[in-house]
Design a protein around this ligand. Sequence first.
Ligand code: NAD
Length: 428
Amino acid sequence: MSTQTKATEKSTEKKHVSMYEAVLARFNTAAKLYNLPEDIAAMLVTPQKQVKVSLPVMMDNGKIQVFEGYRIVHSTHLGPSKGGIRYAPDVNDDEVKALAAWMTYKCAVAGLPYGGAKGGITCNPRNMSVGELERMTRAYTSAMSEVFGPNKDIPAPDMGTGKREMAWIVDEYSKIRREYLPGVVTGKPITLGGSRGREAATGRGVMIHTIEAMKKIGIDRKKASAAVQGFGNVGLNAAKLLSSKGIRIVAISDHTGAFYNEKGFDIDTAVKYAQKNNNVLQGFTGGDLISNEQLLTLDVDALIPAAIQNQINEENAHKIQAKLIVEGANGPTEFGADHILNEKGITVVPDILANSGGVTVSYFEWVQNQYGHYWKEEEVNAKHDFAMETAFEQVWFNSKQYKTSLRIGAYITAFKRLEKAIRYRGAY
Ligand code: NAD
């Protein structure tokens, strides 16, 4: 029995499939439609490298705590592997594997010369001191120093990590290698070789894809409303940029609560409030408190899930009223919800396209590090916007050509590039 058949059977017998099974189920749907040769498919269903390490860290209370760290390289067929590092309590190998595979498809869809990888540490960064986080990040970098490399595997921020952690990684890695190697990681502070425009890039990409999709499906953005779930790097920047383009942001949220304001939020006020309030919206008075479930099912033009995975599922998908969903987060829609959204005629810009602005500007950062020459923010943004508009058009074209959803169209876009690269490179 082929790997494709096995995974499809699994996905139908269980109601809640694991994240990696969800990747395989979508992969199989796209592979069947595109007629992806079995040998190429076999090279893409299993990650190339899976590393799990234990990280003993001296905590502030003087006791050693052992954390589990992961780095999974899914593919290097198009170039060095690229993907973020996540710090969260529920990080596990299935999740990291799924995120690594999505990075392969995301980089291919965006036309980048990169493969895909992902890393993570099972921890709760909100309950750790800066010193504990620094020691844990340095221990992880040291343990992964043979995996990482500017021409091998290049990490970046993800949930729970940002430029501070990237600075520790570049410092630790450079110490180990005894030379300064800023290209080992992206999402760095600008003074350490970071790129202008990187911090807001994922949100900026979400903004471009929302606008492109609105044009295609006939929503006038000047009259449009949107609900944004998550107020971290992706959600906050997406809300800010969408609002700057005239889209009314009627709902925002984070893990502490969701807020509704029919007239639309002044995002800068919400950002200032969160900044003063330990980076959370708790207690914000700019709107009415609503539930997370209410936010997801509001009567809005666009819904932007930009927080965590599996938010849209078989239980709530039929209640969604938005005409357009733009997946700022990775995996916010469970596999089982895809067909419900399709039947309802909701356009879904999938994660592997919608949030590819971040890795695109990460690529620009890496290019600038290799050159040792740095671009202005306008230059970065112009290159980013062009790359995103091009990727959107290609996915739209493939979804029409194969008469399928944008999600499956995005996988097909990736297959076209990966198949060529694998054939050119050959095998033993
Ligand atoms: P972040 O840690 O900066 O922010 C996450 C946000 O989600 C926070 O506001 C948090 O409060 C909120 N949140 C957590 N649980 C929630 C819940 N149950 N309900 C509502 N809000 C909740 O993370 P981020 O970097 O913005 O990443 C968000 C998503 O985007 C993740 O899926 C990540 O993989 C994906 N992503 C991030 C980037 C990037 O460049 N940072 C790039 C591509 C994809």
